[in-house]
Design a protein around this ligand. Structure first.
Ligand code: AMP
Length: 429
C-alpha cells in the first residue's frame, strides 16, 4: 500500500496529515499528487468522497510554500464546497506559517471579501459568479495566478457557469498549471478541458468514481406522486438514523420539510434559495445530531461532507443520471454500510431508465423495483407522532414569518429523544 512518505512532502505537511488522521493516500491522491508536483496539467475523474480535495491541496500548498511568487485559484460550483476546501486548507496549514486564503462566495456581502483581498491572499477559492463580480468591480486581478484548479467542473457547467468561466479564462495568465476535476465526462467537459488545459495534459481516472458504492444497499420502490409522502413516513419509520432526502426543486424541498415537521420530525432544508447562514446552520445541525433529516436539492448537496448519514432517500429521481451515484454516495462512506431508497412514480420511469443504463454501464449493482407495502388509508392517518414522545409544532407555512427566520421553524419541534433515535410510530388504538 502506498504511503504519503513516497511523495517527499515538506515536514509541516507530513505533520498536518498525521494530525488530520490521513495515513495512506487514496487512489486519486496516489495518482495525482506526483503528477501535479511534477508540474503537469491533469484531468482527474473523481467525485466527492474520493479524497480529491487533498489530491490538489497537498501539491498546491507544497508549491506555494516552496515558491513565494506562486499563487493559486480554485474555482468551485458551490459555497459549501468552497468552505469545505478552505477548512481543509487551514488544517493542512496548521504546522507552517499559514499561506493566506480567502473564499469568495455569493450570498454574503462583498466588503469583507474585499478587505481580505487587499491583503493579497495567495490562495483564492471562489465560485465563478462571485469571481466575475469581483473582477468587474476591479477588486482583484488574476495575473499572478500560477496554479488553477477547476473543481467539480461538470457541476459548474450544469449550473450554467460556462460564460463566467470563459470570462475568467480571459484574464488568467496563459502560463500556468491547470487541474480539472470532474465526476462525469461528456462533450461539454471535454470542450472545457480543451479551452483550459494544455494539449498534453494527463488524464487520471479513479476506477470507482462513476460506479455506485458497493457499501450502499439500494432499494427502488414503485409509488405515485401522491403516494410519496406516505411512503416517506413509512421509510423514516422503518429505518432510524440520519437521513438525507433529495427533492427535485427548492419549493418541493421546503414542502417536504414542512410536511415532515408537521409530524414532529427534526428537519431542515438545504437548497440554493436559502441564505448562506441558513445553509450552514442546517449542515451543522445534521452533523451535531440536532436534526435527523435534511431535505436537499442536488446543487446544494454538492460538496457537503456529512459522514454519518445512514439513509439517502430519492424522493424525486435526479434529472442527470450521474447524480444518482453522487447522491447515494452520501451514505455508505468509509466502508460503513448505508441504505438508499428511491421512489419511482410512473412519470419518473424515463429518468430511472437512464439511471439503470448508467448503473449497468458502470458495472454497478442495479436494484429491482419493488412495490411498497400497500398502506391502508387508516394507517396513514394514524401515522402521527406519539403525544408523549414528541410535541408537534404549529404547522409552519410559507407565509409564516417564523418559517423565514434562520432555522426557527426547525426549532419549533420539541423532541425528548435525540434526533438520530427519532421514529414516528402509528398511534396505538
Ligand atoms: P473529498 O473527496 O476530498 O471530499 O474527501 C472525502 C473525505 O475523505 C473527507 O472527509 C476527507 O477528510 C477524507 N479523506 C481524504 N483523503 C484521505 C486520506 N488519505 N485518508 C483518510 N481520509 C481521507
Amino acid at each position: 500500500m502506498a504511503h504519503f512518505d513516497t511523495f517527499k512532502l515538506l515536514p509541516p505537511l507530513k505533520q498536518a496529515l498525521i494530525a488530520l488522521g490521513y495515513k495512506n493516500p487514496t487512489p486519486i491522491q496516489e495518482k495525482a499528487i506526483p503528477s501535479i508536483m511534477a508540474g503537469a496539467d491533469i484531468v482527474g475523474n473523481a467525485q466527492t468522497g474520493t479524497g480529491k480535495t487533498a489530491a490538489f491541496c497537498i501539491p498546491a500548498l507544497t508549491a506555494l510554500l516552496k515558491s513565494p511568487e506562486k499563487n493559486a485559484l480554485i474555482l468551485v460550483p458551490t459555497r459549501e464546497l468552497a468552505l469545505q476546501i478552505e477548512k481543509f486548507w487551514l488544517g493542512l496549514n496548521q504546522f507552517c506559517k499559514e499561506v493566506d486564503c480567502v473564499s469568495l462566495i455569493g450570498g454574503v456581502p462583498m466588503e469583507n471579501q474585499v478587505k481580505k483581498l487587499a491583503k493579497n491572499p495567495r490562495l483564492i477559492i471562489s465560485t465563478p459568479g462571485r469571481m466575475v463580480d469581483h473582477l468587474q468591480h476591479k477588486n482583484l486581478n488574476l495575473n499572478k495566478i500560477t496554479l488553477l484548479v477547476l473543481d467539480e467542473a461538470d457541476r459548474m457547467l450544469d449550473m450554467g457557469f460556462a460564460p463566467q468561466l470563459n470570462e475568467i479564462l480571459h484574464v488568467l495568465p496563459k502560463k500556468r498549471q491547470t487541474l480539472l476535476f470532474t465526476a462525469t465526462w461528456d462533450a461539454d467537459t471535454n470542450e472545457l478541458a480543451k479551452k483550459f488545459l494544455t494539449h498534453n495534459s494527463e488524464r487520471i481516472r479513479v476506477g470507482e468514481t462513476s460506479k455506485a458504492a458497493t457499501t450502499v444497499k439500494q432499494k427502488l420502490l414503485h409509488t405515485t406522486q401522491d403516494g410519496k409522502r406516505d411512503l416517506l413516513l413509512e421509510e423514516l419509520n422503518a429505518n432510524p438514523g440520519s437521513t438525507l432526502i433529495f427533492a427535485g426543486t427548492q419549493a418541493k424541498a421546503d414542502r417536504v420539510a414542512e410536511f415532515l415537521e408537521s409530524y414532529g420530525i427534526e428537519v431542515n432544508a438545504l437548497h440554493g434559495g436559502r441564505s448562506q447562514g441558513q445553509r450552514k446552520t442546517a449542515l451543522r445541525e445534521l452533523r451535531e445530531g440536532k436534526i435527523r433529516v435534511l431535505v436537499a436539492t442536488d446543487v446544494a448537496a454538492r460538496g457537503i461532507d456529512v459522514p454519518e448519514i445512514a439513509h439517502v432517500i430519492n424522493y424525486d429521481l435526479p434529472q442527470i443520471a450521474g447524480d444518482y451515484i453522487h447522491r447515494i454516495g452520501r451514505t455508505g462512506r468509509a466502508g460503513v454500510t448505508g441504505l438508499s431508497t428511491s421512489f419511482l412514480a410512473p412519470e419518473d420511469q424515463r429518468r430511472w431508465d437512464e439511471i439503470e443504463a448508467l448503473l449497468k454501464k458502470t458495472d454497478s449493482s442495479v436494484p429491482k423495483a419493488a412495490h411498497a407495502k400497500k398502506l391502508r388509508a387508516a394507517n396513514v392517518a394514524d401515522l402521527a407522532p406519539e403525544a408523549e414522545l414528541v410535541k408537534a409544532p404549529k404547522k409552519p407555512t410559507r407565509s409564516n414569518p417564523k418559517y423565514k427566520r434562520d432555522n426557527a421553524w426547525a426549532k419549533g419541534t420539541v423532541s425528548v429523544k435525540p434526533a438520530h433515535e427519532q421514529r414516528i410510530k402509528p398511534k396505538s388504538k
